[in-house]
Write a new protein. Sequence first.
Length: 353
Amino acid sequence: MEQLISIVMPTYNRAQIISGAIESVFRQSYVNWELIVVDDRSTDHTEEVIREWTRKDARIRYVCNEREKGPGGARNTGMLAAQGEYLAFLDSDDEWYPCHLTDSMRTHAVTKADISFALWVEQHGDITSYNFDNEVERYLLHSMRTKFETWNDGDSIIFEKGLFEAFLSHTRNFFQLNTMVFRRKLLDEVGLINEHFYLGEDTTYLLRFFDNYRIALQTKPHSVYRESPDSLYFFCDRWQLDPDTIHLNEEIYIKIEGLSFKSIKVREHIRDLVVQSDSVSKKAKQISYIDIGIASKYYTLSYLNRYDRKKALRYCRQSLRYKVTIFNLFLFVKLLFSSKSGNAFLHRALNFW
């Protein structure tokens, strides 16, 4: 008999699009599931939409937080309400392929994994990106297949030790909460998501599992990650941002500044994990990479604020504190001499991600 899987779906003001995510759960070939939709105090008619679904199928439950807790807190509410032997997550603007739960449970059975992940595709409007078909991603997957255990001709890569260091070393991420399926009993050891992280709360949570459990990465896409305008992260096309030619409106700037601080907080947390780790072999190198990432965030904020010299200098000093580069040194000198003009050379090192 199929084991019960509890699917946790956090949502906030997604009345217009959440049905697509729910329908993808209904399309699963695996049928023994319960769907817990956790409403993080929506102000639109999300509740009415979910109530309509609960009347259609008793496997769907609606839960509303007593206060806004953010995405991590909403997922925690769902995990605490779960009754299944396994847990899975799906965001309310994303979708699963029909094979996701069936293939994941089969992978658990044949590999004896405690946790499974899968790849995904990204969709922005009508454009679907198969990012893992790119040369860099194919090379990294191949390198993991040669270093770690595999199953079914490399369809799944199995990790027990060394995954944290591999995660730090790679320029691409292969692990996403929306494709994760794991035994609920692991919560007793791993605990809940840290609600203080409003960005990267999923990544910091996944890292607790790395090197501590048997993990299977399925190397085929199982989900569609939608880059929607109301997303916490993909609220605009940041590849197109050019602060030298296009003035950033205040709303976009505030979002970028806020996300930068949250990203720095996550990177500092990962830095602490590296310092404390007994499994990372090249700590100094990994710490240096992380410091470069933090420095680039502060550098970008400094450049964006160059019309406010005092604020820009403060950010630039923070950037220099983590890592001295030719870019932040040059910017610091420009700011000291009150030069507010854009610069093509300095623009090359901006990091909106």
